[in-house]
Design a protein around this ligand. Structure first.
Ligand code: SF4
Length: 681
């Protein structure tokens, strides 16, 4: 290659903590292009991604670049003059125009994801996904995604040295290069992780043919293994057969250490793609400890049974991890559903007993080595698992089983699990099951809310089949819960539902319920289910949107009447020392009627895991108006209502406040909380 060959890698960090399949090969592409004689620039933007088009019909993520970032991109393009560009995402029109204006116009590739490689799955408006014909789905072919061939061909690198690499795997043949430029303040603040690549994501061996529900489902699914909605188990490995895993891991960490934390893409957070790395937990961490990786966060994606099976290996290294200041988190771990009927249809094979064993075991580890092994999504303290609560087949009884299971195990009061609906891909066995049964697939999603979860996770929804609920009551429950959850999490800023009149109506009812009854989405779910199970009540409630508003009102009335589920109060028990100190403070202030807080009704103190970190949630009312705050560590970036020495107080969008008295009381309360937590520390 001549010295004029220049590769630009454009990465857009997702806002949510998720497995980022779009960029996990970027360090290797960076290293390989350098080896092929290219100068390279890896440019990272933090900020936002948004869906193009109608999210109910389809969804294609586009990077959002405000004016400031467009100027940065224009300046970088002018200076670097790339001859090839690879982007993690589709570009918005303005950025695309900047690229098109380059002369000569460089080939532009939107990084394909494994499920798109060599298949017919392409996002709408895929004209820029130039990989069609570039990749092969066959791991024996040099153009397999995890090998060097496809990228070298695309670069036009034809030297003898490059040709000798074509058939080799990226992870064994290339020294990854993590040198990158963080191009805006959001990128600097982002916690975007690096993926350590090798092997396969999941190696669940449960054969679908052993599941009687799928008997005779068709020859194309005969060899399917793992969950019936997921194709991960069928994906070929990203490292060569028999690869030396500790050596592959060591190579990547050595390259990360060469770049240096804070000087490139490294933010001290690493996800292991390969389930093999979790299964050899002790050996992998032996490498990391030997290399002296500075204190970091290590994310894995095991199944619950993988964690239980790896227990001796995990326990062997926990003391060393604690000493080194490392933290292990599980990025996502699915139960999928506590109802045996739904779980069988998913072909998941995880039982409630295994969930309980995992919770007990990880609590034991937490007690012995605080903060080292965090099993729940995002590193939170409350149990949070991957749950698919809604499918076309869900019944009210299934909802009851799941809500009871969640209450018994102390799930968070709000979260993905309360609105997560099954996404059905046309090639999956569960799609074949739905087709065989008939009457499930429809032309458009009857409720676009089924895509809200994917929207929250910054996930592309390619080619998902629209379906309808068989039980109208469950459709109502879902319609209310997805909007109540969005109201609790996003409030007025909810981009997904901004044009949805039903959302605005339900949000108002929910906001009143927060003020009057300290409602949470889980508390609403409990009462909503009661209302739906009360057949006389359902008959009285009319149709459509009005019926759902009436149902939510009924649920709120039940909540106000104090008919809470037995274990509801238990969920409020805060776990950390700081949260317990705040709870004690609230109790003692409530007993001092003559204090500065007279007229202030101090409510519940709970804890929850937010994307920004763990928060203590406090609820109180001033002059009868409810306020709910999440107290985050004072150093947490992002806007807030108030800040104290210890905490950033973020006001819930469901309880907006502009009253000076409410602000004064909140400030005083925050001062008291600081002092009380100081004493408890
Ligand atoms: S959902 Fe998880 S456990 Fe199931 S097949 Fe996919 S990756 Fe494996």
């Amino acid at each position: 290659m001549t010295g004029n060959a220049r590769l630009l890698l454009l990465e857009f960090f997702p806002g949510a903590l998720c497995r980022n399949e779009k960029t996990f090969f970027f360090p290797f592409l960076n290293g390989l292009a350098k080896r092929a004689g290219f100068r390279t620039l890896w440019l990272c933007f933090g900020g936002d991604l948004k869906a193009a088009g109608d999210p109910a019909a389809d969804r294609t993520i586009r990077a959002v670049l405000p004016e400031r970032d467009l100027r940065t991109l224009a300046a970088r393009l002018a200076r670097f003059r790339p001859t090839r560009i690879v982007s993690s995402d589709l570009l918005p029109a303005a950025a695309r125009r900047l690229v098109d204006a380059l002369s000569p116009k460089p080939p532009f590739l939107v990084m394909p994801m494994p499920k798109e490689a060599g298949t017919s799955v392409k996002p709408a408006g895929a004209e820029m996904r130039a990989h069609a014909g570039v990749l092969s789905a066959d791991p024996r072919h040099p153009r397999f995604l995890a090998k060097c061939g496809w990228f070298l061909d695309w670069l036009g690198a034809r030297s003898r040295r490059c040709l000798s690499l074509r058939d080799r795997y990226l992870v064994e043949a290339v020294d990854p290069d993590y040198g990158a430029v963080l191009a805006n303040p959001e990128a600097l603040r982002s916690k975007a992780h690096i993926t350590i690549m090798s092997g396969v994501l999941c190696s669940d061996r449960s054969a679908l043919k052993d599941n009687p529900l799928y008997a005779g489902i068709g020859p194309e699914h005969e060899n399917h293994r793992g969950c019936a909605f997921c194709g991960c188990c069928l994906e070929p490995a990203f490292s060569p057969p028999g690869a030396d895993l500790p050596a592959v891991v060591a190579r990547q960490f050595r390259a990360i250490l060469r770049t240096g934390r804070g000087r490139g893409r490294d933010k001290g957070i690493y996800e292991f793609y390969d389930i093999g790395a979790f299964r050899r937990f002790d050996r992998v961490f032996k490498v990391i400890l030997r290399l002296g990786v500075p204190p970091g966060v290590f994310l894995f994606n095991p199944r619950i049974d993988d964690v239980l099976a790896a227990r001796p290996r995990i326990e062997r290294v926990l003391p060393a991890l604690a000493k080194a200041g490392h933290e292990v988190r599980i990025l996502s771990m699915g139960v999928e559903n506590f109802s045996a009927r739904e779980n069988r249809r998913f072909n998941k094979g995880i039982t409630a007993a295994q969930v309980d064993e995992l919770i007990a075991l990880t609590r034991k580890w937490e007690k012995a080595f605080p903060g080292v092994f965090k099993p729940f999504k995002g590193g939170g303290d409350l149990p949070e698992f991957g749950i698919i609560l809604y499918t076309p087949w869900t019944t009210l009884e299934d909802l009851r089983i799941n809500i009871s299971a969640a209450l018994e195990r102390g799930f968070a009061q709000t979260g993905y699990w309360l609105y997560s609906a099954l996404l059905i891909y046309p090639d999956s066995p569960i799609a074949a099951l739905a087709r065989r049964e008939g009457g499930i697939f429809v032309d458009r999603h009857p409720d676009r809310g089924v895509l809200y979860g994917a929207f929250q996770n910054d996930e592309d929804v390619l080619d998902v089949r629209p379906w309808r609920f068989k039980a109208p009551g469950v459709a109502d429950f879902f319609a209310v819960m997805v909007r109540v959850s969005a109201a609790a999490m996003d409030g007025d800023d909810c981009a997904f539902f901004k044009d949805d009149p039903e959302f605005h109506a339900l949000k108002r009812i929910y906001a009143e319920a927060v003020e009057r009854a300290r409602a949470t989405p889980l508390a609403v779910a409990c009462k909503l289910l009661e209302a739906l199970e009360d057949h006389r009540e359902v008959r009285r409630r009319g149709r459509g949107r009005r019926r759902r508003e009436a149902l939510l009102r009924s649920a709120v009335a039940r909540l106000e009447a104090g008919r809470k589920p037995d274990s509801f109060a238990r969920l409020h028990a805060p776990a950390s020392a700081a949260a317990r100190a705040v709870e004690k403070l609230f109790r003692s202030l409530s007993k001092r009627p003559g204090s500065a807080f007279s007229g202030v009704d101090l409510g519940a103190v709970t804890e929850r895991a937010l994307p920004a970190g763990n928060a203590i949630r406090i609820a109180f009312s001033v002059g009868g108006r409810g306020l709910v705050f999440d107290l985050l560590d004072a150093r947490t970036p992002g806007p807030c209502f108030l800040v104290s020495r210890r905490f950033k107080a973020v006001l819930s969008p469901a309880t907006p406040s502009s009253d000076p008295r409410e602000r004064r009381v909140s400030e005083m309360l925050l001062d008291e909380i600081d002092r009380r937590v100081d004493r408890a520390a």
